[in-house]
Design a protein around this ligand. Structure first.
Ligand SMILES: C[S@@+](CC[C@H](N)C(=O)[O-])C[C@H]1O[C@@H](n2cnc3c(N)ncnc32)[C@H](O)[C@@H]1O
Length: 243
């Protein structure tokens, strides 16, 4: 059994609870943070950091091209797993520095050993931390493949310098207009360009004009993207006006 199957099989359809909110397991996007799993007599706490579900090199090139990565950049992968995004950023795009933040100690150690083996330790730093607590102020490009949490827009706008670029997977931040996209990646630039216009935002997400109901229908039936509907719909209601 591969790691993805092992982790999905292990947790089955048990609800996962984080910060008092529960989500179905296997929602298709990466989970993040510290999770508790009820049903084992006492609350069984663990770090449920999601499967080792990594981007292929072709997708990595796509996202770094979208972000216009060059030798002037400092690239951060927020949740770096094995560290391959950092390796491609340095070896193929020539970024002057790449930082992989990984909360899972074993994955961070493996990534650091991989970087060492490739003799890239002078240009790639792997940090075993929660990216929410990381100092990312020198980033000019950051990638985060995790679903959006409510504070993300304010947090990353506060932490990142004006002019820096942020790439997300599957959806841009709700209410933020991407400046470019190459699906499944969306590029946003700091300061984020916000809109309250639901149809404008939806058209940037789906690459055609569509109502919010059509967007929900499309996401609901998307085989590769099973999203956290509750948080997403709450953010949509809070930030966008559906005319
Ligand atoms: C699915 S992997 C993606 C790895 C790599 N970015 C890629 O796209 O190939 C997501 C990684 O994020 C890590 N992670 C989840 N939440 C995190 C957090 N809050 N801080 C740092 N790492 C986190 C997980 O442990 C996991 O290794």
């Amino acid at each position: 059994m591969n790691n993805v199957a092992a982790e999905r099989g292990l947790w089955g359809h048990r609800p996962l609870i984080r910060n008092g909110r529960s989500f179905p397991s296997g929602h298709g996007l990466f989970t993040r943070g510290s999770w508790t799993v009820p049903g084992f007599g006492r609350l069984y706490e663990m770090n449920r950091l999601g499967p080792e579900d990594y981007q292929s090199n072709r997708h990595i090139r796509k996202l770094l091209t979208l972000a216009r990565a060059t030798k002037r950049d400092v690239f951060y992968d927020l949740g770096c797993g094995r560290g391959q995004l950092c390796v491609v950023a340095v070896t193929e795009f020539g970024v002057k520095k790449a930082v992989g933040i990984e909360m899972h100690a074993g994955r961070a150690a493996k990534a650091a050993a991989y970087v060492e083996k490739l003799d890239l330790s002078d240009r790639i730093e792997i940090r075993n931390e929660d990216f929410v607590d990381s100092d990312i102020r020198d980033a000019t490009i950051a990638y985060c493949g995790h679903y959006e949490e409510e504070d993300d827009v304010a947090h990353f706008e506060r932490e990142l310098a004006p002019g820096s670029r942020f790439v997300t997977l599957f959806l841009p931040f709700v209410g933020v207009l991407p400046t470019a996209a190459d699906y499944p990646f969306y590029l946003m630039e700091v300061p984020f360009k916000r809109t309250t216009d639901a149809s404008l935002w939806t058209s940037k997400v789906l690459f055609r004009s569509a109502t919010v109901a059509e967007l929900y229908r499309e996401l609901d039936t998307d085989r590769e993207y099973r999203y956290d509907k509750r948080t997403f719909k709450q953010l949509m209601k809070k930030r966008l006006t559906d005319r």
